[in-house]
Design a protein around this ligand. Structure first.
Ligand code: TLP
Length: 347
């Protein structure tokens, strides 16, 4: 049990004592010179887990996605993605501003592009039209509530893109949550794509960092772009050390976060004025809708006053994310707070 129950994001996880120890003891060097042995270990481990030739440690998921876009497109091209994707909504238009690419947001049902959608989005050669440069997928899907798409679904999309000579990037910020949820190795999700970004700083609880994995050639290009963006870090093995602990020790326990999310979602489903699609609660994210007018403005501060932090993601929607610093008792406390506030909402 924690004093404050913070459900705003799994980015809020604090490093474990084992991580701090590994950070203190990390052997380091200048990583811009490619001389940091701890970074090299983390990158090799990431490449191994995703079954790619190489990995690159970057400061954030946002930079990981951006260097992946930059490495696989040219200015003037178009990238195809879901309209609720993180790249389209929450990355400050970096692909457009820095990459000079146009985004082509597609409306999807669960956040995942279908092979048919990708086929229809690929542009024919024509002097008027921006050529399609990249297809971007997201798994788990943040704005759709942590939903999982299967390796087969990814494979089917990649097949269509690859047949047209177009590479595929996977924003796998929470790909380990997807893998744990459906009990399949992470490599099954990453094998069909050309590049993947995943974060060690979310549910895996490292303080900072993400990895980009792909072919040796792609990662070499991404390394140049990382440098261009000011993301060439020096003795950054102190951070990579925590990332190694994250990958080695923190993956299996994600199942606990998923169980807590389910407990929270089932509790929410019984509250008046709240609508939730339980089928969408597949990992550690719980999105619910508040049907009472102004209800979100009652719930967020009302919970905060009861030491429970939740986050509005729209005028009628709230997101809660479970993680290692929220336990089962905390979930029950959050439900008590929500129950108290919504008690008077029953019609
Ligand atoms: N997501 C954050 C916020 O930016 C919304 C969160 O609290 O969930 N891809 C996906 C799918 C993400 O959810 C995030 C972070 C990122 C990329 C970016 O990672 P960072 O925050 O490391 O730049």
């Amino acid at each position: 049990m924690h004093d404050i129950v913070d459900l705003r994001s799994d980015t809020l996880t604090l490093p474990t004592p084992e991580m701090r120890e590994a950070m203190a003891r990390a052997e380091v060097g200048d990583d811009v010179w490619e001389e940091d042995p701890t970074v090299q270990r983390l990158e090799a481990l990431a490449a191994e887990r995703t079954e790619k030739e190489a990995g690159l440690f970057v400061p954030s998921g946002t930079m990981g996605n951006l260097v992946s876009v930059l490495s696989q497109t040219r200015p003037g091209q178009e990238i195809v993605l879901d309209q609720d994707s993180h790249i389209f909504n929450y990355e400050v238009a970096s692909a457009a501003v820095i990459g000079g690419v146009q985004t082509r947001p597609m409306q999807t049902e669960r956040g995942f592009l279908s092979p048919e959608q990708v086929r229809s989005a690929i542009r024919p050669p024509n002097i008027h039209i921006p050529p399609t440069g990249l297809v971007c997928l997201e798994n788990t899907h943040n704005r759709h509530g942590g939903t999982v798409c299967t390796p087969e679904e990814i494979g089917a999309v990649a097949e269509v893109a690859h047949a047209a000579g177009i590479p595929v990037h996977l924003d796998g910020a929470r790909i380990f949550n997807a893998a744990v949820a459906v009990r399949r190795p992470v490599a099954e999700f990453t094998r069909p794509v050309d590049s993947v970004t995943f974060c060690v700083s979310k549910g895996l609880a490292a303080p900072v960092g993400s990895l980009v994995c792909g072919s040796r050639e792609l990662v070499a290009r991404a390394r140049r772009f990382r440098k261009m963006l000011g993301g060439g870090m020096r003795q950054v093995g102190v951070l990579a050390a925590a990332g190694i602990v994250a990958l080695e020790k923190m993956v299996d326990r994600l199942a606990e976060d998923h169980a807590n999310a389910r407990r929270l979602a089932e509790g929410l489903a019984s509250l008046p004025g709240i609508r939730i699609d339980l089928a969408n609660v597949q990992t550690n994210i719980v999105i619910f809708f508040v049907e009472r007018r102004g209800g979100v403005d009652e719930l967020v501060p009302g919970c905060a006053a009861r030491k429970v932090k939740i986050h509005a993601i729209g005028p009628t929607s709230i997101r809660c994310v479970t993680h290692k610093d929220v336990d089962r008792e905390d979930i029950d406390r959050a439900l008590d707070a929500l129950r108290e506030i919504t008690r008077s909402w029953a019609a």
